[in-house]
Ligand binder design. Structure first.
Ligand code: S3P
Length: 256
């Protein structure tokens, strides 16, 4: 058996080599950022990422600790994406739109694709009040909920590298739009009343729709809100018939 101090020395040598290569890798990432900036290349390159993953799969296939080593590489790639997102996107991305258009789902996917943080304004309100949205509406009424929502937006103003999923009624208040826009690009997701109905019909978590669950009611409320949604939006994406990945790619391509 070899002497443990000798083995430790060799591990140190490996760590140095890994650290040096990581520094070099980040230098290449910096070059990529400069290239993408100069040539208007989109931040995401799904084909390139898939190719990279294939190479890694081959490299580690059948090796001891394959899963752990893959995990290390996943983190390296995630951090590279995060650096790129920070350098190329100088703002948060706030998703607005009617209930059930897919804001949460799209935000979750965007968060992974860009290695950004994720915040849901509904979640912030629920946490701050220690009760569900239904309970807040029942106990204190809608106005109180809207005030909590406005406070949540104020709390988000100094965030960066964040994808924000906004409650469906949030942009009805001008002050919320003004505050959101201080640090975010605002993206409106739309869907037909029929699509929205299909997505929300079994949910009881939305007090605005409880007792009014029908395509007609959704259509009417959507129409009432439409002008405000559109006025708040820097970019509008219709989601009908599109997959979540496709929506995210479109968003990343068009948002600037
Ligand atoms: C609301 C939408 C909900 C939530 C609350 C009120 C609205 O958020 O904020 O129930 O007025 O449209 P989602 O759009 O995420 O469902």
């Amino acid at each position: 058996m070899r002497d443990i101090e000798k083995i430790r020395k060799q591990i140190n040598v490996c760590d140095w080599a890994i650290a040096e290569l990581l520094v070099q890798r980040m230098d290449y990432i910096r070059e990529i950022i400069d290239y993408k900036r100069a040539n208007g290349v989109p931040i995401l390159q799904p084909k390139q990422e898939a190719r990279q993953q294939e190479i890694l799969d081959q490299l580690f296939a059948g090796k001891a600790y394959e899963k752990e080593q893959q995990e290390i590489f996943r983190t390296i790639v995630q951090m590279s994406k995060r650096v790129q997102a920070r350098e190329l996107l100088h703002y948060n991305i706030a998703l607005i739109g009617f209930m059930g258009v897919g804001k949460s789902t799209v935000c979750n996917c965007l968060k992974d694709m860009l290695a950004m943080d994720l915040v849901e304004t509904d979640e912030l309100v629920v946490q701050s009040q220690g009760m569900s949205i239904n309970e807040i509406f029942a106990k204190y009424g809608e106005e109180y909920f809207r005030n909590c929502e406005s406070n949540a937006v104020i709390g988000l103003m100094d965030r960066s590298l964040t994808v924000i999923s906004c409650g469906g009624g949030l942009v009805m208040r001008d002050e919320n739009v003004k505050n959101l826009k201080k640090s975010s690009r605002v993206v409106l997701l739309t869907a037909s009343p029929e699509t929205v109905y299909q997505r929300v019909k079994d949910s009881r978590d939305r007090p605005i729709l409880n007792g009014h669950m029908s395509v007609e009611y959704i259509r009417e409320l959507m129409e009432k809100r439409r002008a405000r949604y559109e006025a708040a939006a820097d970019l509008i994406i219709n989601t009908d018939g599109k997959g979540v990945y496709e929506i995210c790619e479109e968003l990343i391509r068009k948002v600037h």
